[in-house]
Design a protein around this ligand. Sequence first.
Ligand SMILES: Nc1ncnc2c1ncn2[C@@H]1O[C@H](COP(=O)(O)OP(=O)(O)OP(=O)(O)O)[C@@H](O)[C@H]1O
Ligand SMILES: [Mg+2]
Length: 282
Amino acid sequence: MKTSGGNNRVHCRPQEDTIRETTQDLKQRKEELSQVNERLVGDQRELLRQQRLAVLGKLVATMAHKIGTPLTAISGHLQLLLEDSQLSPEVQQRVRIIFQQTHRLNTVMQDLLNFARTPTLSLEPVSIPQCLDQAMQLFLPILEKQGIQLKTHYVSSLPLSSADFPQIQEAFNNLIDNAIDAMPDGGHLTVSAWPQHGPGTLDHEPGICIEIRDTGTGIPPELLESIFQPFFTTKGLGEGTGLGLAIASEIVQQHNGKLTAQSDVGNGTNFLMWLPSWTERT
Ligand SMILES: Nc1ncnc2c1ncn2[C@@H]1O[C@H](COP(=O)(O)OP(=O)(O)OP(=O)(O)O)[C@@H](O)[C@H]1O
Ligand SMILES: [Mg+2]
C-alpha cells in the first residue's frame, strides 16, 4: 500500500473539509439557538406584561364593584329622602345635588367596569382606511388648532382586515392622541397602510401594515422599551395616565397582530401596526 506524504495530504483534504463544514454548521446552529433564546426572553417578558395587565383589570373591576354597591344603596336612600314632603325646600335642593353627584359616580364606576372587562372581539371584514379616517375625524379640530398637517397614503388594493372595528379604532385613537401630544408646536402626521405579510413567526400570513408617523419630540432609546407598559408616562399629573399604548398593544395582540415603535429624538416617531387580512376562514 502506498502511504506517501503526498497521498496522505490527499486523504486529509476531505477530513479538513468535513471539520470546516461541521464548524460552520455548529456556528450556524449556535446563532439559531441564540435567536430562539432571544425570542424566548421576549415572549417571557411579554407574558409578564400581559399578566400585569390582567391583574390590573381584575383590580379595577373589584374596586369598581366594591365602590359601586354602596353607591347604589346611597342613591336609593337619597331618592327616598327626595320623596319626603317634610323636608324644607333648601334641604331638598341639597339632597338633589348629592343624588345627582352620586349618580355621576355610579356612571364612572360602570365605565370603569366596562373598561376592565376584557372585551370579546367581534371580528368582521374591516376597511382599515375607513377605520383610520373615522379615528382621524375626531381629531381634526385639534390637528388644525395645533398646526399639524395630516397626510394619508392608502394603497388602493388594500385587503380587508379581520378586526373588531371599534376596538381597532380605539387603538388608532390612542396612537393619534400621542402623536398630537408630541407635536405641541405643529408638524406632520402621516398615516399610511399597505398590504404586507406578517412579521416574524407570522410571515406566511397575509395582512395589512399601518404606519402612524409624526414629526414630534421623539422618544429617547432608553425609554422606548417601557412605553407599552401600563402607567408608563412622561406626561404631567392629570395630562396622561400611561394607559394609551398598553391598551393599544393589548387590542392589537388580541387580533393576533403586532405593534412596534421606532423613534428618533428630535425628528419624530413612527408606530407600525400589523393586522391579519380577512379570509373566509376567519
Ligand atoms: N408619538 C409619540 N411621540 C413621543 N412620545 C410618545 C409617543 N407615543 C408615546 N410616547 C411616550 O410614551 C408614553 C406612554 O404613552 P401612553 O399613550 O401609554 O400614555 P400617555 O400618553 O402618557 O397617557 P394616556 O395615553 O393614558 O393619556 C408617553 O407618556 C410618551 O412619553
Ligand atoms: Mg397616550
